[in-house]
Design a protein around this ligand. Structure first.
Ligand code: TYC
Length: 121
């Protein structure tokens, strides 16, 4: 076994770190509070008229607004009595597509059913 040389211990130099020195370590960044507004939503409504058959409106509510038959019938009757009723609430594009689909189906079947979308709030 080699023997350690005896004598005074040399002074230890601790390297000083410059404050702007990037050692590639972890940095804590200040978090910016980015507020993202929720998207504007639109309700799709059906209007009452004197000619569109009740059954057709019920089928529209089932087909395009995913309502079960009971719920669809209740919404249809509400529209029939109040003149107007909400079928669903969607983003702008989806609401516009629903309006187009309902309008196309109504025209194809010779019914004057009116469907429109309204911004909420
Ligand atoms: N009022 C129609 C009738 O008596 C039924 C109806 C309900 C029509 C809802 C449109 O959005 C409507 N046949």
């Amino acid at each position: 076994m080699a023997t350690e040389p005896k004598g005074p211990t040399p002074p230890v130099t601790i390297p000083q770190r410059r404050p702007d020195y990037d050692d590639g370590g972890t940095a804590v960044l200040e978090r910016k509070t980015l507020k993202t507004e929720p998207p504007q939503m639109y309700q799709v409504v059906l209007l009452n008229d004197d000619y569109t058959p009740m059954e057709f409106v019920v089928l529209i509510l089932q087909e395009f607004f995913s309502k079960d038959r009971e719920t669809a019938t209740q919404i249809m009757l509400k529209i029939h009595l109040d003149g107007k009723g909400v079928c669903g609430v969607y983003s702008k594009d989806i609401a516009a597509t629903k309006v187009d689909q309902v309008t196309e189906m109504s025209l194809k079947n010779g019914h004057p059913l009116q469907c429109l979308s309204e911004p909420l709030e």
